[in-house]
Design a protein around this ligand. Structure first.
Ligand code: XIL
Length: 382
């Protein structure tokens, strides 16, 4: 596989990619002029929801959401249930929310979301068991290298066990790789790496497998989407890690690519991304697009222009990734611009509300919704 990768790297940009993506192959995807493709056609057929269009191709579409949002906004909850075939809690299963103190769990918000998903015949996915972000304040005072494995395994047994049999997939480990941190294997410097060494990843997957033998166990990461040296280094490090995990017999079943995309377009090479996913799939792994949105922080103020650029990137990105048959699910990180995390994390200098998601702030379908619908309609059946 390494050799094939080297050859493909050399050929990238010359070769066409798969049949579906070559529909778009005449587009110069690395060309920044593309970002303002005002003549582009975003028309769609029919009124079917994203959930239905994706399902018709054997793909699952859904989104992340906070419990407080679905609970308090019934109009949004109704739209969410229509458009989404899978729900992932945006924060309710992270340590910081779930573990108010070292000895107890706050399951109520996540339980509510599981119920909401099942009442609406949606799948449910878990996010996330091991992450350096959203950690509780008490953690550094209480968890030491002597008790860390026990803490981690008990947490996973309790949380995964609680929803066992009702969970489509779990992000077992999130964002463990960051080559620029200079650690062996390109691992990110995190509390878990400090406490347990590189073996923490294997420990977490084995504990998750024991607690729910049926859930799809996912390694999830970001910063992999564009044709830049740091994204390429990360793609290589992720591949190496996945290869090592597979050959060690770690029960990892799928790879999650977050896809928080910079709308002001770093160079995008669909062939290179496509080949990366092919290499991942060749390890006998499924692939999920887990957190897609398009960051419009630096895009022009004009809403119509901004919406076209955002929609264009949705279409180009999804055309490339859905050409890979191992991609079984697409989730956006939120559904409506009214409730996007980017309003806080990537706000605009001009204070204009951000528009990164398929539905606008009034839950109306935007061009990016059309782009997703078009791509699902054209995607090869799984
Ligand atoms: C974000 C949530 O959207 C925010 O509400 C929260 O405060 C911080 O985390 N990558 C991830 C997600 O894996 O868990 C992050 O979610 C967004 C980036």
């Amino acid at each position: 596989m390494m050799e094939r990768r080297a050859v493909l790297k050399g050929l990238a940009g010359l070769v066409g990619f798969g049949a579906f993506a070559s529909f778009f192959g005449c587009r110069h995807l690395g060309d920044s002029e593309m970002a303002d493709d005002s003549g582009r056609d975003f028309s769609i057929n029919g009124r079917a929801t994203l959930r239905e269009r994706a399902a018709a191709k054997g793909i699952v579409y859904g989104a992340a959401c906070h419990q407080r949002t679905l609970f308090s906004d019934t109009e949004f909850a109704a739209v969410f249930a229509k458009e989404c075939g899978i729900l992932v809690p945006e924060g309710e299963l992270k340590w910081g929310t779930l573990r108010p103190d070292p000895n107890s769990y706050n399951f109520a918000p996540a339980d509510w979301l599981v119920e909401f998903a099942f009442k609406n015949k949606m799948l449910f996915r878990g996010h996330t068991l091991v992450w350096h972000g959203s950690m509780p304040k008490w953690f550094p005072d209480i968890v030491t290298s002597r008790n860390a494995e026990k803490f981690l395994c008990e947490h996973i047994a309790t949380v995964v066990g609680r929803y066992a049999g009702r969970t489509h997939s779990w992000d077992v480990v999130n964002e463990a790789i960051l080559p620029s941190d200079g650690q062996p294997g390109g691992l990110r410097k995190t509390p878990w790496l400090n406490l347990l060494g590189p073996g923490y990843i294997d420990i977490a997957f084995r504990a998750a497998k024991e607690a729910d033998p049926k859930a799809l166990l996912v390694y999830n990461d970001n910063g992999l989407d564009f044709d830049t040296p740091d994204n390429e280094a990360k793609r290589m490090a992720v591949l190496r890690t996945l290869e090592q995990l597979k050959s060690a017999g770690t029960p990892v079943h799928a790879f999650g690519i977050q896809a928080h995309l910079e709308g002001d377009r770093k160079p995008f090479n669909a062939v290179r991304l496509r080949n990366f996913l092919k290499d991942v799939a060749s390890l006998d792994l499924k692939i999920l697009i887990t957190e897609m949105d398009v960051i419009d922080q630096k895009l022009p103020a004009d809403r119509a222009v901004r919406d076209r650029v955002v929609a264009g990137l949705y279409e180009d990105y999804l055309a490339a990734v859905l050409d890979e048959p191992a991609v079984i699910a697409v989730l956006t990180w939120g559904l409506s611009d009214k409730y996007s995390w980017l309003a806080k994390y990537r706000s605009r200098d001009d204070k204009a509300p951000v528009r990164p998601l398929p539905l606008d702030e009034k839950f109306q379908r935007k061009l990016s919704w059309n782009a997703m619908a078009r791509i699902f309609d054209m995607a090869p059946r799984r």
